[in-house]
Design a binder for this molecule. Structure first.
Ligand SMILES: Cc1cc2nc3c(=O)[nH]c(=O)nc-3n(C[C@H](O)[C@H](O)[C@H](O)COP(=O)(O)OP(=O)(O)OC[C@H]3O[C@@H](n4cnc5c(N)ncnc54)[C@H](O)[C@@H]3O)c2cc1C
Ligand code: FES
Ligand code: FES
Length: 489
C-alpha cells in the first residue's frame, strides 16, 4: 500500500481499508459519512454524488460532482472530496441545503445528499452568473438549455433522480440559490490548484490498483503487464465492477495523466486529450465544433459527463458509444501511444470487430485529432428511449458541405447498426455531387436505411433501427433546406 491521505471535508484521512475494487462510495460510508447513498450502483440515480476538487476550465480548481458508486476509492488517494456532511457550517445550512429545506425539496431524503452535492457543484461553478431572463421567461422551448435567473444550469441535476418529491420544488430551490460568497472556504479553494496526482498503489486480495506518475511510467507498466485494465472516468469500469463482478488483477488509473489531458486548437486540427472529460471538452471547445457539442449534450447526464472521457468511450470499442458516430463524420484520427512511440490511425480504420480494435496490447489512446475546417452542415441524431441519460438505439453523425445547392462532401457516422461504429459510405456516395433537394434526400435516405446490419435486441428491432436511419436524413433536410453551408474555420 503506497497511497497518500485523502482530504475529506477539509480533514486529512489516511487511505486505509480499501481494496483496488472498493468504490469511493463504500469507502466514504465506511468512514461514517453515510449521507451519500447507493441507489443503483450504475450511475443512473445520483444518490451517491460527491464533490471532488478537479482541475478547472475557468478557475484552477472546480468542485466537480461525480458518482461515488462508480469511482474506485483508490482514485481518491491524495485527492480532496466534499460530501453532503461537509457542506453545512456547524448548524448553519449551506445555501443549497437551506433552499432545498425551505422549498420542500426533500421528503424521504434518500436522494437529497446526492442532489445537494450536484447542486453545490453548480453553485460554485465559476462561469455561473445571473441572467436577465430564464429560458422559460424567454419563451424558449429548449430542453437542452434550462437555466434559472441565477445562471443555475438545471442540467447539473440531470443525473439525480428523486422518487418522491417531484422535481418542481427541487428546481425552485436550484433557481433560488444566490451567488457563492468570495469568503466561502469552498469558493476560496477554487482559486488554488487541485491536489497533484502522484504515484499511488493499493493492493489487497491479490489485486493491485496503480496510479502511474506520468505517461512513460504508464507505458513501462503496460509493456510489462499488457493485460492491465485502464480506468479513466470509471463510468464503464465501475458498472463492470459493481454489476458484472469484474475483479481485474491490475487496474491502472489514467484519468489525471497530463500527457492524456492536452487540448490543442491549431489552424488545421483540434486535438482532444483522451483523458479530458466530456464536460471539459464541451467547455474548452465552447461551441467551436457544433457536432461535438450536440453529441455531448445528449450523452448521459452531467454527472456522468463530469467523469466520462473520450478515451474510455472509444477504449471500450462499444458499437453503441456516442462519440464514434460524431467523430467518424468529422474524419477524426486516434493517436495511440506505446513504449515504441505514437502512431496515428484513422478512426474509420480503428474498429476491427465487436469490441475489438487495432489497439495493440501495451498501447493507450493518447488523444483524438479532428481535422479543420469542419464541414458546414453538421448534426447529431441520437435515437433512444429517453431524451436524456439513455444509451442510443441508433446514433447518426452528419457532416456535409453544400455549395450553391450541391452536396460537395458528405461524411456520415453510424452507431448501433453493426458490430462496430461505421461510416455510411453508400449514402455518402448517394449524396455527393447531387443537388441538396427533396428528391436526392429521399433517394439517399432509402440507401441510409439499408446501411449496416442492425440487430433486434431489447433496445430496438432491426426494422425500427433501419427506419430511424432513413428518417434521420429526412429530418436533417427538413431542418436545413438551405443550399450553402460550407465552413471556413
Ligand atoms: C448511467 C450511464 C449512462 C451512460 N450514457 C452513455 C451515453 O449516453 N452514451 C455513451 O456513449 N456512453 C454512455 N455511457 C457509457 C460511458 O459513460 C462512456 O462509455 C464513457 O465515455 C466511458 O469513459 P470513462 O472514462 O468513464 O471510461 P472508463 O470506465 O474509465 O474505462 C472504460 C474502458 O475504456 C478503456 N480506456 C479508458 N481510457 C483509455 C485510454 N486512454 N486508452 C485506451 N483505453 C482506455 C479501458 O479498457 C477501460 O476499461 C453511460 C454510462 C453510464 C454509467
Ligand atoms: S448509486 Fe445510483 S448513481 Fe451511484
Ligand atoms: S426525497 Fe425521496 S427519493 Fe427524493
Amino acid at each position: 500500500m503506497d497511497a497518500p491521505d485523502v482530504t475529506v471535508n477539509g480533514r486529512a484521512v489516511p487511505f486505509a481499508g480499501a481494496t483496488p475494487h472498493t468504490t469511493a462510495l463504500d469507502w466514504l460510508r465506511g468512514l461514517g459519512l453515510t449521507g451519500a447513498k447507493e441507489g443503483c450502483a450504475e450511475g443512473e440515480c445520483g444518490a451517491c454524488s460527491v464533490m471532488v476538487a478537479r482541475p478547472g476550465v475557468d478557475s484552477p480548481t472546480e468542485w466537480t460532482a461525480l458518482n461515488a458508486c462508480l469511482m474506485p476509492a483508490a482514485q481518491l488517494a491524495g485527492q480532496e472530496v466534499v460530501t453532503a456532511e461537509g457542506l453545512a457550517d456547524g448548524d448553519v445550512l449551506h445555501p443549497v441545503q437551506a433552499e432545498m429545506a425551505a422549498r420542500g425539496g426533500s421528503q424521504c431524503g434518500y436522494c437529497t445528499p446526492g442532489f445537494v452535492c450536484s447542486m453545490a457543484a453548480e453553485f460554485y461553478r465559476p462561469g455561473r452568473v445571473p441572467t436577465s431572463s430564464t429560458t422559460e421567461e424567454a419563451g424558449e422551448d429548449d430542453a437542452d438549455h434550462e437555466c434559472g435567473p441565477n445562471g443555475f444550469d438545471l442540467h447539473a441535476l440531470s443525473g439525480n433522480l428523486c422518487r418522491c418529491t417531484g422535481y418542481r420544488p427541487i428546481r425552485e430551490a436550484a433557481y433560488a440559490v444566490g451567488q457563492a460568497d468570495d469568503a466561502d472556504p469552498l469558493t476560496a479553494r477554487t482559486r488554488q490548484h487541485p491536489p497533484a496526482t502522484t504515484y499511488a498503489e493499493v493492493s489487497a486480495d491479490g489485486a493491485r490498483f496503480v496510479r502511474p506518475a506520468d505517461l512513460p511510467a504508464l507505458l513501462d507498466l503496460l509493456a510489462e503487464e499488457p493485460d492491465a485494465v485502464l480506468v479513466a472516468g470509471s463510468t464503464d469500469h465501475g458498472v463492470e465492477v459493481n454489476l458484472r463482478g469484474a475483479r481485474p488483477p491490475l487496474t491502472v488509473a489514467v484519468d489525471r495523466l497530463d500527457e492524456l489531458r492536452g487540448f490543442t486548437l491549431a489552424d488545421d486540427h483540434v486535438e482532444l486529450g483522451a483523458a479530458l472529460t466530456l464536460t471539459e471538452i464541451e467547455r474548452r471547445l465552447a461551441g467551436r465544433l457544433p457536432l461535438i457539442g450536440q453529441m455531448t449534450a445528449q450523452f448521459a447526464s452531467r454527472l456522468i459527463r463530469n467523469g466520462a472521457t473520450l478515451g474510455g468511450n472509444l477504449g471500450t470499442g462499444s458499437p453503441i458509444g456516442d462519440a464514434a458516430p460524431a467523430l467518424l463524420a468529422l474524419e477524426a484520427e486516434v493517436v495511440l501511444a506505446s513504449a515504441a512511440g505514437d502512431r496515428t490511425v484513422r478512426l474509420a480504420d480503428y474498429f476491427t470487430g465487436y469490441r475489438t480494435s487495432v489497439r495493440e496490447p501495451g498501447e493507450v489512446i493518447r488523444a483524438v485529432r479532428i481535422p479543420l475546417p469542419a464541414r458546414g452542415l453538421t448534426a447529431f441524431h441520437k435515437i433512444a428511449k429517453r431524451r436524456f441519460d439513455d444509451i442510443s438505439s441508433v446514433a447518426v453523425g452528419f457532416a456535409l458541405d453544400l455549395e450553391d445547392g450541391v452536396v460537395t462532401a458528405a461524411r456520415i457516422g453510424l452507431g448501433g447498426v453493426a458490430a462496430t461504429p461505421i461510416r455510411a459510405r453508400a449514402t455518402e456516395t448517394a449524396l455527393e455531387g447531387r443537388a441538396w433537394n427533396a428528391d436526392t434526400v429521399a433517394a439517399a435516405a432509402d440507401v441510409l436505411g439499408g446501411e449496416g446490419t442492425p440487430l433486434d435486441d431489447h433496445r430496438a428491432s432491426a426494422a425500427y433501427r433501419a427506419a430511424m436511419l432513413r428518417t434521420s436524413l429526412l429530418k436533417l433536410h427538413a431542418e436545413h433546406p438551405g443550399t450553402s453551408e460550407r465552413a471556413t474555420a
